[in-house]
Design a binder for this molecule. Sequence first.
Ligand code: ADP
Ligand code: UDP
Length: 236
Amino acid sequence: MKKVELLYEGKAKKVFTTEDPELYIVDYKDDATAFNGLKKGTIPGKGAINNRVSNFLMKMLEEKGIPTHVVEEISDRETVVKKVSIVPLEVIVRNIAAGSLAKRLGLEEGTKLACPVLEFCYKDDALGDPMVNEYHIAAMGVATKEEVAAIAGYALKINEILSDYLRPHNIELIDFKLEFGKTSDGTIILADEISPDTCRFWDSVTGEKLDKDRFRRDLGNVQGAYHEIMKRLLGE
Ligand code: ADP
Ligand code: UDP
């Protein structure tokens, strides 16, 4: 499979068309941004790590019944994926209060939530990805009630599978962001990525942060943390 045309360059990935109208190639970059693009930097090796970690986790999810966009990893940084029309929602699941939730609700970071919390943000950089609920989503025509129900079901199931999978690796899944898309026949599948860029991973023994918060908060050893996640999951 070969890249034909650059369709879109985002903050962390490039998306290319291929000779197959149903397939794209995503190319992961080392660029990192935070705070809606306000903070910019580079994390050497991040693209390759996120590509491999995301594919590894999505394949694991696929085996447990979650449909994903992953078709084939073709290089360190590149993966063939099913083309979808992205549902413009950031679907966030939280197990432990951190980041914007801790701030918004005045909870100390690290507070265990009594049950998983599901949030939707409308994917719009210019608006700063505002939080929306099912009514906003239906009223704006972003997705139907049935689509939202399917997305919510998958997101909560992914949280269970992923939390259980990471636990023996001493990784605690604090929270994460997912994106879903629709294939040409209207089927909802998991798209985008699952990586230290999009999840909060804490070492369950030491509490050390092993994710993008090291970049956001200038905690140092960003590269080391990303590498540690890959090592624990893929053994290298
Ligand atoms: P951003 O757009 O937030 O800067 P990225 O740099 O990760 O994010 O760019 C990747 C873009 O590709 C995102 O907009 C994402 O929604 C989109 N995308 C991810 N997977 C697919 C897919 N299978 N088909 C079409 N678009 C996708
Ligand atoms: N997240 C993401 N992309 C975004 C916003 C959030 O991947 O544009 C992830 C983030 O890495 C964290 C979870 O979603 O794992 C919840 O993020 P939060 O709302 O706390 O926002 P942040 O603190 O990142 O601003």
